[in-house]
Design a protein around this ligand. Structure first.
Ligand code: PDD
Length: 286
């Protein structure tokens, strides 16, 4: 398996993959990232993830020293020899190493770009059949949640709150807007046969999985709507599910202490989960 790490244009072993304590990612959280799921060594939705990385970079005015094609080639290189059923590619780019100032460095510095692959695991079948439990927490984040930045302390704290409550995910509730997304997922609901999820906005990450699921639903003629939901609406929905690169399409069967629907994953959730998996299998040639 590939134990090499991509660091600033070179593939090095883990013990040589060292980043300075003066890196702006470490000191200021001044950077962006991506997570790409790989199935038997094939990256799913690679183009979409690289495109989002480039958008995040542009949004924080970070000039990456690699082209879109270079990045895709580096990812493929990392996957040579990888045969794990599930793996994740992690990519992080920061504004580089410089004396600590809040504003951008005065002198031109090279960004720090790191990529590595690690073994991962799919969601256990039993969890898929049962669905997961989620809590709702206040959204303490700002209004640049559409950028996949490495500044995710509120998400870390929300996820820890979920763990301490015996739940699997925490959903952010934003005053005056609704329940916008999960700590590491997007949210969907089904009400009277209509599938809905939040619109693209400063309050949510434009999830690659969310987009795939919307496309799948639309191609099947399932009515879809882009809007946020209140806590009350979500709890009363017939189905709720989350989407993410690692969880794919996963039913939420208990939310803020309330059973969703009959407490089991609903038919639309199960169908979309199955169709999403079929798409993965087709694209990754499984
Ligand atoms: N997280 N919203 C947030 C806040 C996320 O962190 C994620 C993904 C998503 C779903 O996006 P996608 O479908 O593109 O994975 C939504 C990744 C998996 C992570 O941080 O590990």
């Amino acid at each position: 398996m590939n134990k090499m790490i991509f660091l600033n244009g070179q593939f090095v072993s883990q013990d040589k993959a060292l980043v300075s304590i003066k890196d702006r990612g470490f000191q200021l959280g001044d950077g962006i990232y991506e997570v790409i799921r790989c199935y038997k060594g094939r990256a799913f939705s690679l183009n979409e993830h690289i495109d989002r990385l480039l958008k995040s970079a542009e949004a924080i005015r970070l000039e990456l020293p690699y082209s879109r094609n270079d990045l895709i080639e580096y990812v493929k290189e990392l996957l040579v020899g990888v045969t794990w059923d599930y793996a994740d590619i992690y990519i992080q780019a920061t504004r580089g190493v410089a004396p600590r100032t809040h504003e951008f460095p005065a002198a031109k510095v090279n960004p720090t770009v790191v990529m590595y692959v690690s073994q991962s695991h799919g969601v256990p079948e039993r969890t898929r059949e049962k669905g997961i439990t989620a809590i709702i927490v206040p959204d303490t984040r700002g209004t640049i949640c559409n950028i996949k930045s490495i500044n995710i302390l509120p998400n870390v704290l929300a996820k820890q709150a979920a763990v301490e409550a015996g739940a699997d995910e925490a959903l952010f509730e934003r005053e005056g807007v609704g329940v916008v997304e999960g700590a590491s997922s997007n949210i969907f609901a089904v009400q009277e046969g209509v599938l809905s999820t939040g619109p693209l906005s400063p309050y949510t990450l434009p999830g690659v999985t969310r987009d795939c699921v919307l496309q799948l639903a639309r191609s099947q003629g399932l009515p879809t709507e882009l809007r946020f939901h209140s806590r009350k609406e979500l709890i009363a929905a017939s189905e709720v599910f989350i989407t993410s690169t690692s969880k794919e399409v996963l039913a939420v069967t208990s939310l803020a202490g309330h059973k969703i629907g009959d407490g089991r994953p609903g038919p639309i959730t199960l169908k979309l989960a199955k169709d999403y998996r079929a798409l993965v299998e087709r694209e990754c040639g499984l």
